[in-house]
Design a binder for this molecule. Structure first.
Ligand SMILES: [Zn+2]
Length: 425
């Protein structure tokens, strides 16, 4: 296997498979725990390959069989009401421990609850800080979170309640331009929103102390990385991860994504569900977390595709490197047009030409000429927004006769402006 440290993975894989075979209803018939004990990596790997690949839909439809037995007794469905819900995370209080429920949603906008213990989050969090520090010195007091902290109660301004409201964004820019933050944890959509307002209003800002922008969970093209590095005058580090498992791969100093082999077992799978080991061949990403036990993820397809890179990295690390497939950002059937770029212009056009405020817009391509446009945060001027959007999209997008369907769902989770819907797994 390409660069895989089998000794290291054998022990960790053995542990988690043993755990799920005894504690997770879905796996007790599937994994024979006797076959796992004292097995060599090859023996273990053969058992592993027989485990069915799962995805968000499979788990969501059979939720209780994928969480541990104790949690299965909780009324998970009702816990949405019974806990402090701040939009992204909430606390579940049990007699003997506290758990955190994290929420994510796919392109369908239906929330998916992921449960972790405090200990699990600390373990994953420490691992992430270690990775950050291999890229550039990082510390929590110098880190500005644009995302994952929805209420920003510790900051004097409200971040991104409404990213198209020029006045509030100018307040934010003013605040962080003079701040001591060296590292921003953000995503491409918010970087574009800042760039747009700074350029349009000719705001003078230097972000003098800024050293690293960490792109979180949105696809980052080489072209966009260069654009942000030029504009903000710092390095952009790619943190590829998901809410379910947290970090999956992190940029090294040479800006290549190295798989986070310490916390997970990483696979690429082709259309026939066979494992890909050779470089430069794209397949879907399938993950097994070593440490998540409250709600384990075993051979979990997260809906992204990647390929392994060939050769060794100049950074000196010998963990495997991947290149993500950016097809979610490419308009299907357009010969490679970047949907993020085109629809960013449309979205900002709507703001400026009509002076309409909304929180954000997510465009999902659901057919060759069919786009679903979800608008968050404005339910008053529907007809004006829809008319303006359609008109500008017809003007900017060089594909004729496109159809735009509008929805108003505030629960949509959004990292980029455009996504082509890829059916997961
Ligand atoms: Zn490297």
């Amino acid at each position: 296997m390409h660069y895989l440290n089998e000794m290291l993975h054998n022990r960790k894989l053995q542990n988690i498979l043993q755990y799920v075979s005894k504690n997770i209803p879905y796996y007790d018939n599937i994994i024979n725990s006797d076959c796992i004990n004292n097995s060599t990596f090859d023996e273990l790997y053969n058992v592993f390959l027989e485990i069915p690949i799962t995805n968000k839909t499979i788990i969501r439809n059979d939720y209780k069989r994928f969480t541990n037995y104790k949690l299965s007794n909780l009324k998970i469905d009702n816990s949405f009401e019974s806990i402090d819900y701040n939009g992204q995370e909430s606390v579940i209080k049990l007699a003997d421990k506290m758990l955190i429920a994290e929420y994510t949603s796919g392109s369908d906008g239906i929330p998916f609850m992921v449960i972790k213990s405090f200990e699990e989050r600390i373990k994953l969090g420490m691992n992430l800080w270690k990775l950050r520090n291999t890229f550039h010195p990082a510390s929590s007091e110098k880190m500005l979170y644009f995302i994952h902290k929805p209420k920003f109660i510790n900051y004097p301004v409200t971040f991104f309640r409404n990213e198209n409201n020029t006045t509030s964004v100018c307040d934010e820019i003013d605040f962080i331009d003079g701040s001591q933050y060296t590292w921003w944890h953000t995503c491409t959509r918010l970087l574009d929103a800042y760039m747009n307002i700074i350029s349009k209003n000719e705001i003078e800002c230097t972000f003098e102390n800024l050293r690293v922008i960490e792109n979180n969970a949105a696809f980052l093209s080489d072209k966009n990385r260069k654009k942000y590095e030029m504009f903000y005058g710092c390095k952009v580090a790619n943190n590829y991860g998901c809410r379910e498992i947290w970090n999956i791969a992190f940029d090294c100093r040479e800006q290549y994504l190295h798989i986070n082999e310490e916390v997970l077992f990483f696979e690429l799978i082709d259309d026939n569900d066979s494992v890909i080991t050779e470089p430069n061949k794209y397949g879907k990403i399938v993950l097994t977390s070593y440490y998540l036990k409250e709600m384990p993820f075993i051979r979990y397809a997260i809906g992204d595709s990647a390929c392994y890179l060939d050769g060794t990295c100049k950074c000196g690390r010998n963990t495997r490197r991947i290149k993500l497939q950016g097809e979610r950002n490419i308009i299907i059937g357009s010969n490679g047009l970047n949907g993020d770029e085109y629809f960013t212009n449309v979205v900002y056009g709507v703001t400026f030409s009509e002076g309409i405020n909304f929180d954000s817009i997510l465009v999902t391509q659901i057919g060759h000429k069919k786009f679903l446009v979800n608008i968050k945060g404005n339910h008053n001027n529907k007809s004006i927004i829809e008319q303006s959007f359609t008109q500008l999209a017809d003007e900017y997008i060089p594909i004729s006769d496109c159809e735009y369907l509008f929805t108003y769902n505030n629960e949509f989770e959004q990292k980029s402006i455009f996504q082509a819907r890829i059916e997961s797994a």
